[in-house]
Design a protein around this ligand. Structure first.
Ligand code: MSK
Length: 669
């Protein structure tokens, strides 16, 4: 490794990380001796272990760790495990880890939903239409049932799926019929949510499942229990409790912190605490308390996916993505960082100690040395939220030297799959038909998902460059997670960015006032993309299965195990999915070939690997074009203009626009 670029505490000259705001804060805080991941990644003397990186280090028993080299007889495990078994086993454990995170998140939301239904929390059942639709999906007849009874019955059924041993998960039945038939044929239906993780951990234990195909089959079943099970439950029940997102304007980047207000950042993934903080932050008594210490108000801003949750539903700004979490603190302008679960770097604790910032953990599943722990409990959610806000207010007078960069960007978020329906189909006859029609007539070439993390191993703005390249090629882009925040920082989440789109896509976007990149939420909200893709199939004209759609997905800077579980549930659902900058089985050709080629024959979707934005774009567009060819859409077709007459025919005289569906700014309602 080139160590000439090392930089030590306080010597300035920070590495450039992905945006001007980061650079400015890091340069100023580095001079003060603050160490962040930017320093740690630059100063590592040892490159990542190649055995570990490529999936062939086995440490599943105490005869090892064994480093395996494929094709070298002397380099197999002490137990005899070869590269294929070890790579498949390690891949399975990554999926199990990622799926478990989503499953515990989903369980938390389901239990909070049940408590809410019973009137034991300050939350309410906001989306009664979705409540009834979801009840029907769970085989509950909503007729003549009041909201409370219906929600309790639904909540109990959903919670039971986590410990269920036999049968299947109700949301799986939302998938297109052809996909369900394929899952039937493969015998891959998850039987319960927790069961699939436990079985995968058992199979990957020393001396159990050793056949790579068998291990990868269980990894696929476990991932399906995540995507069509736990993640979809988390998304749908959160929508019912807190409201289904509609387009909403807000801002992203560190500049959303305020000089004259008490800054509180919420970081992690769960919406329940952040919702309570949002409710309490607007209380007149709280604002009065903030004014007493000289602040003008209370500024709540998000980090990572808790940020995405409150951005989507409330319009609260996002201060930073995953790679910005320490940088946000290094401004010295945050009174409290409140964290729940997942993606919280341990490094936030020492960074907070450089300042007056109080780091507050709130989940007994995620404690951090050096943090204050205030346990969050749904039934006393508002009291916990008030306690946290009061602690932050007390810190405000202690704010010392600080540096808030000016950088912030306007975004429009809140594109639930229901919203896409309304925007494209109009308020009165919501439908995906206009989207399908525009794909069929070629104005839109296809749809691409850019999801997942940002990562200190990738300093380039791959998400942004890739999104630009895709939209310029008339591909509509859907985004979630920290990729969405990075793309938002670059201004692509605003309707004005439609000017960067190719002619066909631009025409469609300008007709409805829609950004070329649609923010669909947090990482559990990738389930919204599954639902949107399913709607496209059910609407007709684009094949019978998800694998027929001119669509592709990617996670160019994946970091978390959750990303691999997400990737696998998309692959098992028939979606071509490209990861980068690395893939966790590459030391074993046979397992990698299985993931990159064989899975395509089995599921109609497979994994792939790319490094640069251009490579991602080429691979995804090639796949989209292949699907168009298979659908017979590559032939020159007469362009069908989506004009007012067509809108009238669809029963939507005003058409669907962001204003029609109530695009609004920050809201605490
Ligand atoms: S927070 S999983 S870094 S998207 Fe969902 Fe961001 Fe990836 Fe965590």
């Amino acid at each position: 490794m080139d160590t000439s670029k090392r930089f030590e505490k306080g010597n300035g000259g920070c590495p450039s990380i992905q945006c001007e705001a980061n650079k400015e804060v890091l340069c100023s805080s580095c001079a003060e001796g603050v160490v962040t991941a930017a320093h740690r990644v630059s100063n590592r003397d040892i490159d990542p272990c190649l055995f570990g990186k490529g999936g062939t280090c086995c440490k599943n028993c105490n005869m090892g760790p064994c480093q395996i080299i494929e094709g070298v007889d002397s380099m197999i495990g002490i137990c005899g495990a070869d590269a294929a078994t070890v790579a498949a086993r390690n891949f399975g454990r990554i999926v199990a880890g990622g799926a478990a995170a989503h499953m515990d998140h989903g369980r938390g939301v389901a239990l909070a939903f049940l408590e809410t239904a019973k009137g034991e929390t300050p939350y309410e059942i906001k989306d009664t239409i979705k409540l009834r639709q979801t009840a029907l999906r769970y085989g509950i007849d909503p007729t003549d049932k009041d909201t409370t009874d219906l929600a309790i019955e639904l909540g109990e059924k959903v919670v039971s799926e986590f410990g269920q041993q036999e049968g299947t998960l109700q949301f799986m039945k939302r998938a297109p019929k052809a996909r369900q038939e394929l899952w039937d044929k493969l015998g891959i239906w998850p039987r319960g949510i927790d069961r699939e993780v436990v079985e995968l951990m058992h199979r990957t234990h020393m001396g159990v499942d050793q056949e790579p195909e068998s291990l990868l089959f269980q990894a696929a079943r476990c991932a399906l229990a995540d995507g069509w099970g736990a993640s979809m439950i988390a998304t749908e029940l959160s929508d019912i409790m807190f409201g289904t997102p509609v387009p909403i304007r807000s801002k992203v980047n560190i500049g959303v912190l305020k000089e004259d207000e008490v800054n509180i950042t919420v970081h992690g993934h769960e919406p329940v605490l952040a919702e309570a903080l949002g409710m309490v932050a607007r209380e007149p008594e709280m604002i009065a308390e903030a004014k007493k210490v000289g602040a003008k108000g209370i500024n709540l801003a998000g980090v990572c996916c808790t940020g995405n949750e409150i951005l989507m539903r409330r319009g609260y700004p996002i201060a930073g993505s995953f790679v910005q979490q320490e940088v946000v603190l290094a401004t010295g302008a945050v009174e409290a960082m409140v964290v729940d679960v997942q993606c919280i770097m341990q490094g936030v604790s020492p960074v907070s100690k450089h300042y007056h910032t109080e780091l507050i953990t709130t989940s007994d599943r995620a404690k951090i040395t050096g943090a204050t722990h205030i346990q969050f409990e749904e039934h006393r959610a508002l009291d916990v939220a008030r306690e946290i806000i009061r602690r932050a207010i007390k810190k405000y007078p202690e704010r010392g030297k600080h540096m808030i960069p000016v950088h912030q960007m306007d975004v429009v978020a809140g594109f639930s799959h229901e919203t896409i329906n309304y925007i494209l189909g109009g308020r009165f006859r919501a439908s995906y038909k206009p989207l399908n029609d525009n794909i069929i007539n070629g104005r839109i070439r296809g749809v691409a998902g850019i999801v997942g993390c940002d990562n200190y191993r990738v300093m380039d703005e791959i998400h942004v460059e890739l999104a630009k390249e895709l939209i310029a090629n008339n591909v509509l882009v859907l985004v979630t997670g920290c990729a969405a925040t990075g793309i938002g920082r670059a201004g692509l989440l605003s309707p004005e960015a439609a000017s960067m789109a190719g002619d066909g896509l631009r025409e469609v976007l300008e007709a409805v006032g829609c950004p070329p990149v649609l923010h669909m939420g947090s990482c559990v909200d990738n389930s919204r993309i599954l639902i949107a893709a399913t709607e496209m199939v059910l609407t007709g004209g684009l094949g019978d299965d998800l694998s027929d759609l001119p669509a592709a997905g990617c996670a160019p800077q994946w970091m978390s195990e959750k990303a691999v579980s997400i990737g696998q549930y998309f692959v098992s659902s028939g979606v071509y999915t490209v990861f980068g900058p690395s893939f966790p089985t590459t030391n074993c050709k046979s397992v990698t070939d299985y993931c990159f080629k064989e899975m395509d024959k089995i599921y109609g979707g497979c994994w792939d690997l790319a490094q640069t934005a251009n490579e991602f774009a080429n691979k995804m567009i090639d796949r989209i074009d292949m699907a168009r060819k298979n659908l017979g859409l590559d032939k020159k077709k007469e362009r069908v203009l989506f004009d007012m007459a067509m809108r009238r025919e669809l029963g939507s005289p005003g058409g669907g626009s962001l204003h029609d569906v109530g695009c609004h700014g920050p809201s605490a309602s």
